[in-house]
Design a protein around this ligand. Structure first.
Ligand code: UDP
Length: 353
């Protein structure tokens, strides 16, 4: 069977790293990189470090508004799908790349498989939430990381076949943690916080960006901040970069192993990332989420994550709360990729029978 996988940004490289290997043992895969994240720091380093196959097709589409970027991707994917004639298109997560891949395939009559289906923040102001909902309702095979995701799809009466497979990011995190634990990394000697921020809702509005800066510079521990290019650009435009650099240990975006090595050594994580909330949980590091919603609700109910939005006092209070004793297994056992490939094989087998 021929699988055409569409990826384009950092978390999707991590997810593809789990799936592409086992997938290629049983099916032919064409990997398409849309170019959504094109910088080496957010792209090439992951291909090298995580052993993702080199993409067979690079569309080099980046920049512009969400709408125009998605539209350009759709325009490039249509002739590609006509040429490649895949049996299924595989997409991950909730980005413009996910929506473009899912919609272009569905319009071309090619079945769509969505990994990380059913996640919801129930906040339609987030571009990612729109992408998730739209792709899930265009998809034929909905591969969910948690029971909550399955329940969300049932509640929405999604038409596709729903399967609980676990989270492929967990596969990568569990496989890489031992290496990251051993890795020499430039970390502060004293207890420190690891921070990431890049979502439009956090950094695009100058007033919220200023609140983020005050929150970070006021923390009672040193803060290490691998700075996403989008956030760097917004800080420069707002004239706030110098203030952050004075008080915070600003780094370039890090490769997966260096980032995980810091995460494992940190006292707590401050983030607006989806993936990092999960990875903090898996690392047993308390997470303080700089949003007022999350799709990874299980990390909240287990007491390992707290939503503070950009409230600095709430973040400081969260730091004073000791983490719970228990950390039950969430999002699978590290073998989700195998289940993704099994589910794809089963689905394709039924369709071709
Ligand atoms: N990550 C990384 N280097 C960094 C920051 C994050 O390798 O400097 C990894 C992180 O471990 C996780 C993924 O990037 O696997 C999360 O990506 P991001 O926060 O960009 O996206 P989201 O998960 O919010 O969609």
């Amino acid at each position: 069977m021929k699988v055409l996988t569409v990826i384009g940004n950092r978390p999707q490289f991590v997810k593809a790293a789990a799936v592409s290997g086992p997938l290629r043992e049983r099916h032919a895969e064409t990997l398409v990189h849309t170019g959504q994240h094109h910088d080496d720091e957010l792209s090439t380093v992951f291909v090298e470090e995580l052993g993702i196959p080199r993409p067979e097709v690079e569309l080099q589409i980046h920049g512009g508004s969400n709408t125009s970027q998605t539209a350009r991707m759709l325009g490039a994917l249509e002739p590609l799908l006509a040429r490649e004639q895949p049996d299924v298109v595989l997409v991950y997560g909730d980005t413009n790349t996910t929506l473009a891949g899912g919609l272009a395939a569905a319009q071309a009559g090619v079945p769509v498989a969505h990994v990380e289906a059913g996640m919801r923040s129930f906040d339609r102001r987030m571009p990612e939430e729109l992408n998730r909902v739209l792709v899930d309702h265009a998809a034929h095979l909905l591969l969910c990381p948690s029971e909550g995701a399955v329940a969300n799809l049932r509640a929405e009466r999604a038409a596709g076949r729903v399967e609980l497979v676990g989270d492929v990011m967990v596969d990568v995190a569990l496989a890489m943690q031992p290496r990251a634990r051993e890795r020499a990394v430039d970390a502060p000697d004293e207890p420190f916080l690891l921070a990431t921020a890049h979502r439009a809702g956090t950094v695009d509005d100058p007033e919220r960006l200023a609140r983020l800066v005050e929150l970070l510079v006021g923390m009672p521990f040193p803060v290490v901040l691998p700075l996403h290019p989008r956030t760097r650009a917004r800080l420069e435009t707002a004239g706030l970069l110098a203030r952050v650099e004075e008080a915070v240990d600003v780094r370039p975006p890090l490769g997966y192993l260096d980032f995980t090595a810091l995460l494992l050594r940190s006292r707590a994580v401050l983030t607006d990332s989806g993936g990092v909330q999960k990875e903090a949980y898996l690392a047993g590091v308390p997470c303080i989420t700089l949003r007022d919603t999350t799709e990874w609700v299980e990390t909240l109910t287990t007491g390992w994550n707290v939503l503070v939005d950009l409230d600095a006092a709430a973040a400081q209070r969260a730091l004073e709360t000791p983490p719970p004793d228990e950390r039950p297994q969430l999002y699978g056992d590290g073998r989700a990729a195998e289940r993704v490939v099994d589910a794809l094989s089963g689905f394709l087998g039924v369709r071709s029978a």
